[in-house]
Write a protein that binds this ligand. Structure first.
Ligand code: FA5
Length: 336
């Protein structure tokens, strides 16, 4: 076998190896102390002097090529073997100590929304949603707030800049808009709560934000009365804040309910004192609202309520300033 044939055979054999044993066998056959390249080197001694130089340099080149190819084949097999050995052991315990381990949690507002929808769910309410970007029909008109009503003043609402002639759009100022969205698509009996963000250009202070959350409640069915509303609010307050709280209604006005009320919850403190705290608005659904969504007010009646979720969360957890809820300071958030 001349050197060219030897190189050709070596490369062919090497390209077919698939295991470490085969690579080793190759090494012994070609590169070993009794291997083919050693034998080819022995040929040098018996060659005529004038051929030695040429044969020697060719032999060195062939040796080098075979050695390099062998090294590459060995490394390649090692990598593949490494890849299969490095499978992830999912039973291995974590390497982070508990001191370094800071699991995140839902934001306190989300936790409160979850607790409220879970509680109202147990009272038979399902959860509804509506868009935050609303038209005037759903935020005002269908809720019995006519065009000239002061509540629609651009200074008291976030209207969007629109091309001239386009219908006005706004960031909804109350979740009551979802009452209309639901009644447009669902026939009574209706029993829903609708949590979500609302927007008002209120001056920010300890109890006011320009973006906050409300949860709306709506029940429409036959024979629904104010007693159902009062019972619902009282049961909710006792289940959420504790059996010792009391509730009271104060006459109020909302264009979409008649009669309307604001409701307060009385909290008793350890030192024997107590405090009435306003939680939200409510009332019996105005017949005009039912008519707008083609529900016969002679046949159906309903009640609605709306609560501020930040105020509820603050009351429940003793938080004094609403701004803490939006500053995203981890020292505050990690307490909940
Ligand atoms: C309403 O928004 C009515 N839609 C509630 C309602 C629903 C009445 C259904 C009747 C039937 P009001 O504007 O009072 O009502 O707001 C309700 C609650 O939102 C307040 O009691 C308060 O808890 C909260 N709230 C109002 N403004 C802010 C504000 N700027 N920041 C934080 N919470 C606020």
């Amino acid at each position: 076998m001349n050197l060219d044939e030897l190189l050709e055979h070596a490369q062919k054999e090497l390209s077919a190896v698939t295991s470490a044993d085969q690579v080793e066998a190759f090494r012994i056959k070609y590169l070993g102390t009794k291997g083919l390249l050693k034998a080819a080197g022995d040929q040098l001694k018996i060659l005529p002097n004038d051929q030695k130089r040429q044969y020697g340099s060719k032999l060195n080149a062939v040796k080098q090529t075979v050695q390099n190819s062998y090294d590459q084949a060995k490394a390649g097999l090692g990598q593949r073997a490494g890849a299969t050995d490095a499978r992830i052991d999912i039973t291995e315990p974590g390497r982070i100590s508990f001191d370094d381990y800071h699991p995140g949690s839902l934001h306190i507002i989300h936790q409160t929304i979850d607790a409220l929808t879970e509680l109202f769910g147990r009272m038979g309410f399902s959860v509804a949603q509506g868009p935050e970007l609303e038209d005037e029909f759903h935020n005002f008109e269908a809720l019995n707030v006519p065009r000239q009503h002061p509540a629609r003043d651009p200074l008291d609402n976030f209207y969007l800049q629109r091309p001239s002639g386009a219908a006005p759009l706004m960031l909804r100022s109350q979740t009551s808009s979802v009452q209309i969205r639901v009644l447009e698509s669902q026939k009574p009996p209706v029993r829903i709560v609708a949590p979500g963000r609302v927007y008002r250009p209120d001056t920010v202070d300890a109890t006011h934000s320009f973006m906050f959350h409300q949860i709306e409640g709506l029940v429409v069915d036959q024979h629904i009365t104010m007693v159902d509303l009062k019972t619902c609010i009282d049961q909710f307050a006792k289940a959420f804040f504790g059996a010792d709280v009391e509730t009271r209604f104060r006459p109020s006005f909302f264009p979409f309910t008649e009669p309307s009320a604001e409701f307060d919850v009385r909290f008793h403190y350890a030192d024997g004192t107590s405090k009435w705290v306003e939680l939200g608005g409510c009332g019996m659904v105005d017949p005009n609202v039912l008519q707008t969504v083609h529900i016969d007010p002679e046949q159906y009646t309903g009640f609605a309520f709306g609560l501020g979720i930040e105020r509820i969360a603050m009351r429940k957890h003793g938080i004094e300033d609403i701004r803490l809820l939006f500053e995203n300071d981890v020292r505050f958030l990690s307490q909940f």
